[in-house]
Write a protein that binds this ligand. Structure first.
Ligand code: AR6
Length: 176
């Protein structure tokens, strides 16, 4: 029987040939800096058009924090982009941990719903949104492990890291 697997790699997420990459977006879904900017640049203008076409749940909010939306990958090697919005770190008492956990759960749920079996996550909220790295990494690993344990269909989940510090934080927890 094929088992679910988790891997850590240091790479530019836009180069990866997988079923889906996850974008650490903002609530507008209309692009930004960091990994969001890199994904939009690599996917081309059709990605922005697809995001713009998603319904607004409030003025200028297409994806509330902790939720996820899916679009094609367009010029990316990945078939899909799953856009999720991590919380801005405000000290830890504003529900940040639960919101970040929801990003992982909702992205995985949406992925499995679309028969995605290989999915790559960046370190959501660990850039400009300022979430402490060690806590975010522990939470990401816990949520992914929990999901894969509950699911009967196996899959491959990759944590894609930018830089040695982030990579080391994941490797320490996953021993790979
Ligand atoms: N591949 C993999 N990881 C990357 C890449 C890449 N090409 N580029 C950056 N990272 P961030 P956030 C890493 O700031 O904290 C945007 O403007 C980066 O080193 O991209 O969730 C959105 O529009 C860090 O470890 O996302 C939002 O406004 C991680 O990805 C806001 O930033 C996440 O950093 C979201 O902030």
């Amino acid at each position: 029987m094929t088992r679910a697997t988790i891997e850590v790699i240091e790479a530019d997420i836009t180069t990866l040939n997988v079923d889906a990459i996850v974008n650490a977006a903002n609530e507008t879904l209309l692009g930004g800096g960091g990994v969001d900017g890199a994904i939009h640049r690599a996917a081309g203008p059709d990605l922005l058009a697809a995001c713009r076409a998603l319904p607004e749940v409030r003025p200028n909010v297409r994806c509330p924090t902790g939720q996820a939306r899916i679009t094609p990958g367009f010029r990316l090697p990945a078939k899909y982009v799953i856009h999720t919005v991590g919380p801005v770190w405000e000290g830890g008492d504003e529900g940040e941990a639960e919101l970040l956990a929801n990003c992982y759960r909702e992205s995985l749920r949406l992925a499995w719903e679309h028969d995605v079996r290989s999915i790559v996550f960046p370190a959501i909220s660990c850039g400009v949104y300022g979430h402490p790295l060690t806590a975010a990494v522990a939470l990401a690993v816990r949520e992914v492990r929990g999901f894969l344990r509950r699911e009967t269909t196996p899959g491959h989940v990759v944590f894609c890291c930018f830089g040695a510090t982030v990579t080391a934080a994941y490797r320490r927890l996953l021993q790979n």
